[in-house]
Design a protein around this ligand. Structure first.
Ligand code: PLP
Length: 399
């Protein structure tokens, strides 16, 4: 019996070592990683630049409170501001905390403008924003809310892709729209550019803020720094995490300057958020992701993955029901139970992949993936489909 909470359906597999795209278990068996610890290991495993940044940071001050100046945090904040729409950054330890900061910033902005009743946020069905009380209310998934008392008020849910369903929920109390440009957990659903533009226009029309959750789809995963860039819009607040620390716990809330202006001393805080160790590593991750040509290469690999998935869909029409996602956040809606498929790929074919909602097999390799890695992964998925067919045929013959 494990001493840990039973909150995860864990496999017995434990990894001892990682190198680039590969992980090695306690028996020395190697696995091709198309999971990335849920989009976290953006630079794969054991990246020399990240390892040396961590070692160098370990010899310096690990932690100071946020009441002191933290030079690595100042530097990371400034670099994020220089690289994006934002003017102001708040650092957190996780995605859910980045979303909490985004929600509080939006509500506080209207409170400070003398509109305290304007606190409602329109979010979307099928979304995922984290596991705090606030973010399970924002996500609205009844399975995650059940049993935890009354949901935090102030969230309504529209249908992703359906602008009329959003318009129908707008009231004088609405302060913001909150959306993942590519829904991860919910089923790897990419929003269209038209829909994102429609949301931006609706926000402009009603003076509402547009909050994007780029915790999973951001930081290069779709081939642009942020996934929203494909739609040409500008958001007001963006929450990031996962890839930003490359495996070290780190998140951030990015905002336009006037939107964050009311977040003065006393309004928000975090003991660890953006501490010297975390932000030293965040800076090292950014060195790699913003290096000339890095995102072009990610974009090229995203296109290759899409092309190879289309080939797979043509060859296995009975197994591949739909292709989803964008770039290196791709999904295959499959015909057989996805949890069985994830276990089969791991145990029989040495491929780490993930499930997502709506019976989707989620593929999210480190951003350093090569075409040879993609071809290898496709071969493993094809072998799994072949094995399922052979088993089905054998069962049919036996009965
Ligand atoms: C993972 C995730 C979160 C929550 O991040 P945590 O670090 O687990 O708190 C929020 N939003 C999206 C889109 C995510 O994928």
């Amino acid at each position: 019996m494990s001493a840990l909470y039973g909150t995860y359906a864990r496999s017995d597999l434990a990894f001892e070592r990682g190198e680039g795209m590969r992980l090695y278990d306690q028996h020395g068996r190697d696995y091709l990683d198309f999971h990335s610890g849920v989009a976290v290991n953006a630079l794969g495993h054991g990246d020399p630049h990240l390892v040396s940044a961590l070692k160098a940071a370990a010899d310096k001050v690990w932690h100071t409170a946020n009441t002191f100046t933290i030079p690595e945090q100042e530097r990371l904040g400034q670099r994020l501001v220089d690289a994006t729409f934002a003017d102001s950054v708040f650092f957190t330890n996780s995605g859910a905390e980045a979303l909490e900061c985004a929600i509080k910033t939006a509500r506080h902005y209207f409170w400070a403008k003398g509109e305290p009743d304007r606190y409602e946020i329109i979010a979307f069905t099928g979304s995922f924003h984290g596991r705090t009380l606030g973010t399970i209310a924002a996500g609205g998934n009844p399975d995650y809310l059940e049993g935890f008392g009354p949901a935090v008020p102030g969230f309504k849910h529209a249908q992703p892709g359906d602008l009329d369903s959003v318009k129908a929920l707008v009231t004088p109390q609405t302060c913001a729209i909150l959306i993942e440009p590519v829904q991860g957990e919910g089923g790897v659903t990419a929003m269209s550019a038209e829909f994102m533009q429609g949301l931006r226009a609706l926000c402009d029309e009603h003076g509402m803020l547009l909050i994007l959750d780029e915790v999973q789809c951001g930081f290069g995963r779709t081939g642009r720094f942020f996934a929203y860039e494909w739609s040409g819009i500008t958001p007001d607040i963006v929450a990031v995490a996962k890839a930003i620390g490359g495996g070290f716990p780190l998140g951030a809330c990015l905002a336009r300057g006037d939107v964050a202006a009311s977040m003065v001393p006393g309004t928000h805080g975090s003991t660890y958020g953006g501490n010297p160790l975390a932000t030293a590593i965040g800076n090292a991750v950014l060195d790699r992701i913003l290096a000339p040509g890095f995102l072009d290469q990610v974009n090229a690999m995203g296109r290759k993955l899409t092309w190879h998935l289309q080939q797979l869909a043509q060859k296995y029409p009975d197994h591949v029901l739909e292709l989803r996602g964008k770039g290196l956040l791709s999904g295959i809606k499959i015909a057989t139970p996805v949890r069985d498929m994830v276990a089969r790929l791991r145990e029989d074919h040495g491929l780490l992949a993930m499930s997502a909602g709506d019976n989707v097999l989620r593929l999210l390799p480190p951003l350093i993936v090569s075409e040879a890695d993609i071809e290898e992964a496709m071969g493993k998925i094809a072998a799994a489909f072949d094995a399922i067919e052979a088993e089905t045929a054998a069962n049919g013959a036996a009965s």
